[in-house]
Structure formats: structure tokens, C-alpha cells
Design a protein around this ligand. Structure first.
Ligand SMILES: Cc1ncc(COP(=O)(O)O)c(C=O)c1O
Length: 357
């Protein structure tokens, strides 16, 4: 049973059917198709704001291209020290921006602390010798499965904007953050000070589709060329637009995310009740980060359950794994079944029961 990530499963049936349906006939290429225009209209309605939309096949591309539109090569981009852009994209943001400097900030549970951002913004600069603060990027859902609520986004984004920065949101799991917070997409983004959003669908029911959503069209000026130059303008654009149209239709995206979140909450509650397991953060989306005895970790892996060890720098003081313990990440998806969650909880409970004398 696989809790390794939410991209270990394919697409939802509805999204897959939409791709097949979009296969028929001829339509203009390079994103000039009617589906792309319809998706833009749907996103405008969803966000209650004029938007510029650029489809790309993956989240790393969405983030790198977004940040390149917000920062010059000599810019400084603030992010969480454990964020995906910082630790998991092989320097793609630096590559797309032509060398901007990513600066990792601390904060518990994957969330940048306001004080950490303030100190970074107020740090002395040395003219031409220093990089120039250009952008802040927040991940929501965070890499720790927690979420920023709109007021928390607004506090960080407001501070950054007062210092002249632009603000990006890595929304690879935006759907899970919206489902978990109950906030509207508008409240979570432009109303809270977000300029550009990487809106991910791939982890939540699409096969491969992400949209870069600009709330300020002026910032998108160079995006068409950047996307083409990066080799990321898919010629048969219907492939991406059809996925997005089906994903957005009838709140399918939210239904999928709600299911994944419900499974994660079930998993969290079940594991937290097992003696010897601690779950340091609330599961506010579709990810659970339990601290397990290493013996239990080995036993579960040996039984075929799949999940990953996780770094623990973001744990609250004293909450980190002690000797003989491991922090692991377990991710639920739109396709996770209740019975699989229950199987994992039962296996964990059975493995921690004292053996009969
Ligand atoms: C928070 C976050 N952002 C961005 C990405 C990048 O997505 P992709 O793997 O499609 O490039 C991921 C993927 O794991 C992610 O977890």
C-alpha cells in the first residue's frame, strides 16, 4: 500500500475521459485552442479576478518560470529553508531566473516565521555587492502538511510587499489547502497579496497539468517567451487544457482534495492513538508526518507499506525524533482507500503490541 506521495497514482477517471474526448478532431496548437480559452475563463471566475494563465506540464517548471518573472538574475528570493524550491528542484529556480539567489528562512511546521522574514528584509545591504530582494515564495499546502490561512499569507505577503517584493505561491497542493482551510481561492491568493500562483493539478487527479496564474498581467509580460525558451510550451495544448477543464468542472478538484484530506485525518487520528507514535503537527491537508520508533518503521516497510523518511529541521523544539525514532511522511491522494488507511493503522498497532509472555 503506497503512501509515498500523491503522484504515485494516475489521473481521476473524469480527467482521463476528458483527455480521450479532447483527442478527436483538429484544433489549433500551442495553447491557441478553445479549451485553453475556456479554462482561462473558469479560472477567472474561480479566483474572482482577471488572470493570465500559462499551462505547463509540471510543478518545477511552474515555480521556476513564475519566479523568473518576479526576479532579475541578481535578485534575492526568500523561501522556507525546507521548501521544495530550495531543496527538491535541482536548482531549477536558479536556472530559470538566470541565477537569482534563494535564501531559506526558518519557521516551525514548514511555515516561514514573520520575524524571520522581517530580519531577512531588514538585514544590511552593501549596494552593488549584495543581491537585491525581489520576491517571496510561500508553499501552500506546506511541505509539512500544514497550511497558511489567508491572514497568515497576508501578514507575510504584506511585509514583503512593503519592502517592494513580489509574492509567489507554490500551490502544488493548493487544492488541499483550500479544502483544508475552507478559504476561497481569492482569499488565499490575490486578496492576501499573492501576485502569482503555481496551481497544481497533477498531485490531485490530473495526469500532468499545472497552471501558472498571474493576478497582475504586467508581471506576465515575459512569460510566453520564457515558457517557449524553456521548451515547456506543449504543442498539443489540448492535452493540458482538457485535464484542467475536467478538473475544475463541478468542483471535481475540491471533491478530490477533500477525499485525500479526509483520508489523511483518518490516518493521523489512527496513528496518534497507537502507543509510541507521535504526530507533531496537525494534518491540515493530505499529508501526515508521524514520528515512529525505527523498529516499527522497519516492520511496516517489510510488510509492503510505502512511505518516506523526512527531514526534521522544521519540528517544534523537543518534538523531533529521539534516539531510535524516525520522522516519516505519509501522503494520501484522491485514490487512497479507507481500507488501506485502516490496514496501515492496524499494522502499526499490531507491531507495537507487547508480545505475550
Ligand atoms: C510543494 C511542491 N512544489 C512543487 C513540486 C514540483 O512538482 P513536479 O514534480 O511536478 O515538478 C512538488 C513535487 O513534489 C511539491 O511537492
Amino acid at each position: 500500500v503506497h503512501f509515498g506521495s500523491d503522484n504515485v497514482v494516475g489521473a481521476s477517471r473524469k480527467v482521463l475521459d476528458a483527455i480521450v474526448a479532447a483527442n478527436d478532431g483538429a484544433m489549433p496548437s500551442y495553447g491557441e485552442d478553445a479549451l485553453a480559452a475556456r479554462v482561462k475563463g473558469r479560472l477567472r471566475d474561480l479566483f474572482e479576478h482577471e488572470v493570465e494563465v500559462f499551462m505547463v506540464p509540471g510543478g518545477t517548471a511552474a515555480n521556476g518560470l513564475s519566479l523568473a518573472c518576479l526576479s532579475p538574475p541578481w535578485g534575492e528570493i526568500f523561501c522556507h529553508e525546507e521548501s521544495h524550491v530550495m531543496t527538491d528542484e535541482c536548482g531549477a529556480p536558479e536556472n530559470f531566473t538566470g541565477g537569482a539567489k534563494l535564501v531559506g528562512l526558518q519557521g516551525v511546521g514548514g511555515k516561514i516565521g514573520v520575524d524571520a522574514l522581517r530580519s531577512a528584509l531588514e538585514a544590511p545591504r552593501r549596494g552593488v555587492h549584495s543581491v537585491v530582494p525581489a520576491a517571496l515564495t510561500l508553499t501552500n499546502l506546506t511541505e509539512c502538511g500544514t497550511l497558511y490561512r489567508p491572514d497568515e499569507v497576508a501578514a507575510l505577503a504584506g511585509l514583503a510587499r512593503r519592502h517592494g517584493l513580489k509574492v509567489h505561491m507554490d500551490g502544488a497542493r493548493f487544492a488541499n489547502a483550500i479544502a483544508g482551510s475552507g478559504a476561497s481561492p481569492a482569499e488565499m491568493t490575490w486578496k492576501a497579496g499573492i501576485d502569482v500562483l503555481s496551481l497544481g493539478a497533477t498531485k490531485n487527479g490530473a495526469l500532468a497539468a499545472e497552471a501558472v496564474v498571474f493576478f497582475d498581467p504586467a508581471l506576465a509580460e515575459s512569460m510566453p517567451m520564457r515558457r517557449m525558451r524553456g521548451g515547456l510550451l506543449v504543442s498539443k495544448g489540448r492535452l493540458l487544457s482538457s485535464q484542467f477543464e475536467a478538473w475544475l468542472d463541478g468542483d471535481h478538484w475540491l471533491d478530490l482534495a477533500r477525499h485525500a484530506n479526509t483520508m489523511a485525518a483518518r490516518l493521523r487520528n489512527g496513528l496518534a492513538a497507537v502507543p509510541g507514535i507521535r504526530v507533531p503537527w496537525p494534518a491540515e491537508g493530505n499529508e501526515v508526518f508521524p514520528v515512529l520508533p525505527e523498529r516499527l518503521e522497519r516492520a511496516l516497510l517489510a510488510q509492503g507499506f510505502r512511505f518516506h523518511r523526512w527531514r526534521s529541521g522544521s519540528l517544534p523544539d523537543g518534538g523531533g525524533p529521539g534516539a531510535g525514532e524516525a520522522l516519516v511522511r505519509m501522503v494520501c491522494s484522491f485514490a487512497t482507500r479507507e481500507e488501506d488507511v485502516d490496514k496501515l493503522i492496524a499494522a502499526a498497532a499490531a507491531a507495537t503490541e507487547p508480545s505475550p509472555a
